[in-house]
Design a protein around this ligand. Structure first.
Ligand SMILES: Nc1nc2c(ncn2[C@@H]2O[C@H](COP(=O)(O)OP(=O)(O)OP(=O)(O)O)[C@@H](O)[C@H]2O)c(=O)[nH]1
Length: 248
């Protein structure tokens, strides 16, 4: 089997950065197309579910949040959907690059899509190959609100997570902010505990070994963190709804 990229282009990969404000936690969200990766990231970072998302071209989102009382910069790389085909050899380059950049990976499948679930085992292998065996990974089963469309048995997710050695969460980006927040937030707490003190508290020689390991001059800087873009899209979605209502 081979993993292919569903999108036409992704121009840039994320670059590790230390915020002058303190700790930066970097996550990559990976899964098949349409499982709700963007919806989950947007829900976590803005509390909102817009419902209609542009096809993902690999956006990097960033936001300051409180983790255990500490102000932390969360950067989330939303990766384009991957698909399974024959002769799998590795992750698409841009996804692999996101894994190498990230401190942790969020694997996502949709409970309405058996193929997206079947992909997870293989994705996990490729993620640990690209990011190292110790890469923290969590598994999210999204769209649990769609009870009538469920195709993946509710026991399959926890069982697979047990086999892979990662935490598992049933979530619904559309219906339940708390579930989504809890899953991402626990991962943030775990990472915050594992990471060394912020770069600002260290001398330059003592910079994070993890950061140094992953820094590469070949990886260009990301587009600027796009909360503005999120807000724009949210406004567009709202105005589209207003237009629909007024035209009825
Ligand atoms: N009912 C329901 N729909 C959801 C949920 N999460 C996402 N969706 C919908 O599923 C569709 C795909 O969501 P996206 O967030 O664009 O999925 P994606 O994984 O980023 O897809 P790609 O950009 O193709 O990689 C959209 O129509 C969302 O509104 C959910 O929890 N419940």
């Amino acid at each position: 089997m081979r993993l292919i990229h569903n999108m036409t282009t992704i121009a840039e990969c994320p670059t590790p950065e230390n915020s002058p404000l303190g700790r930066v936690i970097k996550m990559a969200v990976i899964g098949a197309s349409g499982v709700g990766k963007t919806a989950l990231v947007v829900r976590f970072l803005t509390r909102r579910f817009i419902g209609d998302y542009e096809r993902n071209a690999g956006n990097l989102y960033s936001r300051e949040v409180q983790v255990d009382g500490e102000q932390v910069t969360i950067q989330v790389q939303d990766t384009p959907g991957v698909e399974v085909t024959d002769n799998a050899v590795g992750l698409p380059d841009h996804v692999s690059c996101s894994v190498q950049w990230a401190d942790a990976v969020v694997l996502v499948y949709s409970v309405t899509d058996q193929r997206s679930f079947d992909l997870i085992d293989q994705l996990h292998q490729l993620v640990t190959r690209a990011g190292g065996a110790n890469m923290p990974v969590i598994l999210l089963a999204n769209k649990v609100d769609l009870l009538h469309l469920r195709r993946v048995d509710s026991q399959q997710g926890p069982s697979l997570a047990g086999t892979l050695g990662c935490s598992f969460y049933d979530v619904s980006a559309s219906e339940d902010y708390n579930q989504v927040h809890s899953a991402f937030h626990r991962l943030c707490c775990q990472l915050a505990k594992q990471q060394p003190a912020p770069a600002s508290a260290q001398n330059s020689a003592g910079a994070s070994a993890t950061t140094e390991k992953r820094r590469s001059p070949l990886i260009p800087r990301p587009k600027s963190p796009n909360m503005q873009d999120l807000k724009r899209r949210f406004k567009q979605a709202l105005s589209a709804k207003v237009r629909t209502v007024t035209s009825v």
